[in-house]
Design a protein around this ligand. Sequence first.
Ligand SMILES: Cc1ncc(COP(=O)(O)O)c(C=O)c1O
Length: 395
Amino acid sequence: MTTTTIAQRLRHVEASSTLALASKAKALLQAGKPVLDFTAGEPDFPTPQPVKVAAVQAIEQNRTKYTPVAGIAELRQAVADNLNRRLGTKYGAAEVMVSCGAKHSLYNALQVICDPGDEVIILAPYWVSYPPLVRLADAEPVFVETREADGFQPDPAAVRRAITSKTKAIILNSPSNPTGAVIEESRLKELAAVVKGARSDDSLFIISDEIYDQIVFAPAKPYSIVQADPTLIDQTILVNGVSKTYSMTGWRIGYAAGPKNVIDAMVALQSHSTSNPTSISQYAALEAIRGDQSEVQRMTSEFERRRNALVGGLNNIPGLSCFHPQGAFYGWCNVSGLKQPAEAVAARWLDEALVAVVPGEGFGSAEHVRFSFATSLETIDEGVKRLDKWVKERH
Ligand SMILES: Cc1ncc(COP(=O)(O)O)c(C=O)c1O
């Protein structure tokens, strides 16, 4: 098939770059090479047992038919209750919709708010899927840099300068993939003031992707824009899900909470695309959200131990400098000291040290690579040793 047969809006959308090196690493592993894989975008723990049991029960009780498009009523209510308890909001079930992963919620949200020519502000470095998701909604991404020296905190003045009459939304992601930065309360308050001051009406949206909000390491605390300024609730589309918090990436359950007219439009869109997310996964997610939360605590403590091992280890290697993440499970490592673009560094590490990382270009930086620490402490220790040796011998 020639490219001319592919629709215009797909021309600039390529398959996720984070997957390319991961699949090369997998191929090498399958060929018997002892590759250490730091590319995972998902927790390496099993889904908690009570969640699995709830799914089995759903099957046995024949909860295997269509559900309402926006999700079963109990799950929408459980999500609303959970957000209200944690964020002090007053969402009702009708202001929540469930979709096939947080990515699908983001897709739905951008599709229903963007018109051709609209602009969407994305803070860089950014999660790889934001620019394509914006372009698929016929809008233009506008990038606002965050600086390493500033802890990758958003600069409210820079955001203000980037807002034009065409700006439809600003995407926030805290904790961030790829940096692990958690936006501080004071910055969120300043950002909230910028959004409030930008227009006399409430036509500027914030899409707040809080998918890693439960994976935060003390003393950092998760904090949401709807806490920074509760009056922004009418302009915020909050996106979250069970994928990362409960190690449920394969179950494909995410959700959005927002103004009812926006949620209704997202439900209408979903009714003509995927319909409801899998019924069985919804019952599993209900158990995850309503049940015992001790596994979440346990996984987060384990991530913190690994964070310390990885970041400490990398920062002892000449030429590497890893940002200290306060949340999520990624080490965002500056490799500019090696005097090669990140893609070249990642390719050489895979070939010469059998260490797989994700180069930063897809996240908006040619100076960084992303390590996932959703892997064992042994892998982290061995990876650090191999890279130390590589830098000393080959570089
Ligand atoms: C920042 C961010 N948002 C959203 C998602 C998507 O989550 P889900 O698997 O629930 O679609 C991811 C997954 O990698 C992510 O890193």
